[in-house]
Write a protein that binds this ligand. Structure first.
Ligand SMILES: NC(=O)c1ccc[n+]([C@@H]2O[C@H](COP(=O)([O-])OP(=O)(O)OC[C@H]3O[C@@H](n4cnc5c(N)ncnc54)[C@H](OP(=O)(O)O)[C@@H]3O)[C@@H](O)[C@H]2O)c1
Length: 242
């Protein structure tokens, strides 16, 4: 039986490492973002399909869900990884305060980081339930504590996503669907702000994390090895102290 994983935001960073992890384990991967993984990459060569979509736009996100349903080999989804996300910053890359972002940008940030994961869960839950699949929502340590680089809007979207994860886990567990989240700390991807290396002194492992280390946790949560883990949030931050 082919297992199917839907992974948003897999064109680079954590999402890409996750798509690769699933593809290496012979899952059928469907990715979704504005740009695609190169055609000569292992993930594409393994048969992964890509859907172009701007997930900060509700219409585009709904169209992507319809395309995913069309691409399914059977009406089953074994794993949904809501990973696509963005952290708005100033033009010079510094942090945006509570009033620094206009309302339209607040809404766009919520659309991408919060409403799209909700839309994907709503639109694909029947297919996830059909095979007692699981969902992993990618949140952030910024959802719990004020972060030196993450802005207020970003942190608020991630806190909302953590709460949504708890409610979805409580509701869909009865159908055998597990819903969990992960909260990465400082992982080496393009989302990091300049100066993130300065936080290494507060990380007990004394280094930034690699996307592959986050991908391994996501894969574990979607595997049978995690069959009794539901409604959990796994921090992946190398032991950070505030
Ligand atoms: N790296 C960290 O330290 C860290 C820490 C905490 C949480 N996170 C979370 O981890 C997730 C992955 O981030 P990352 O670190 O891997 O960052 P990244 O390298 O910037 O990757 C972000 C991914 O999201 C996609 N994306 C962004 N805006 C999109 C849009 N409007 N529509 C569709 N896709 C969009 C991007 O694809 P396209 O640009 O091709 O559309 C890309 O594939 C995010 O949810 C982020 O908040 C990361």
């Amino acid at each position: 039986m082919t297992r199917v994983a839907i992974i948003t935001g897999a064109s680079r960073g954590i999402g890409y490492a996750t798509a690769r992890r699933f593809a290496e384990a012979h899952w059928h991967v469907i990715t979704c973002s504005r740009t695609h993984i190169p055609k000569d990459d292992f993930v594409t060569l393994s048969g992964a399909k890509h859907i172009y979509a701007d997930l900060s736009d509700e219409v585009s996100a709904k169209a992507a869900i319809a395309k995913i349903l069309d691409l399914l080999p059977e009406k089953r989804i074994h794993a949904l990884v809501n990973n696509a996300g963005a952290s708005p910053k100033t033009l010079t890359g510094s942090k945006l305060g509570v009033f620094d972002l206009d309302m339209q940008s607040w809404q766009k940030t919520f659309q991408l980081n919060f409403f799209t994961p909700l839309l994907f869960m709503r639109g694909l839950m029947e297919e996830i339930s059909a095979c007692k699949g699981s969902v992993v929502n990618v949140t952030s340590i910024a959802s719990r504590q004020v972060h030196p680089f993450a802005g207020a809007a970003y942190a608020a979207t991630k806190a909302a996503l953590t709460t949504l994860t708890n409610y979805a886990a409580a509701e869909f567990g009865a159908r055998g669907v597990r819903v969990n989240s992960i909260s990465p700390g400082e992982i080496q991807t393009s989302i990091l702000s300049e100066g993130s290396e300065n936080l290494i002194a507060q990380i007990s492992l004394r280094r930034l994390g690699y996307p592959e280390e986050v991908a391994a946790a996501i894969y574990f949560l979607c595997s049978h090895e995690a069959s009794y883990i539901n409604g959990a949030d796994i921090p992946i931050h190398g032991g950070i102290s505030a």
